[in-house]
Design a protein around this ligand. Structure first.
Ligand code: SF4
Ligand code: SF4
Length: 102
């Protein structure tokens, strides 16, 4: 893949001077969660389906298309924002390598 061209920075004078188009839009194609320390685990009995976790996940890895929410652990960073924001404590952060008692 071609790398973006490195150019000397000069302050833009108008909007056309901004370096738009330097990167091609796309999405992550490589798994990138291997260094996660904790992972979120959803207790589906407690979940009330408010979708707050879905809305706040900075990585957009919570899938709401099925009957139950699912977390894509290939991309979840384990940041814990979803667990923090869940008002009914339906998400626990579990240390990687430990059983979740799901
Ligand atoms: S924030 Fe909690 S209750 Fe709301 S959908 Fe997510 S897990 Fe369920
Ligand atoms: S831990 Fe962070 S990245 Fe993973 S599902 Fe929750 S909010 Fe998203």
């Amino acid at each position: 893949m071609d790398r973006p061209k490195v150019v000397k920075y000069t302050p833009p004078e108008c909007v056309e001077d901004y370096p738009l188009g330097a990167f091609q839009a796309g999405h992550l194609v490589q798994k990138n969660a291997g260094w996660r320390v904790f992972r979120p685990v959803i207790d589906h009995d407690k979940c009330i389906g408010c979708l707050r976790c879905f809305l706040v996940c900075p990585d957009g890895v919570i899938d709401k298309s099925g009957e139950k929410l699912e977390i894509d652990y290939d991309f979840c960073k384990g940041c814990g924002v979803c667990a923090y924001e869940c008002k009914v404590n339906a998400i626990r952060m579990v240390k990687e390598g430990e059983e979740a008692d799901e």
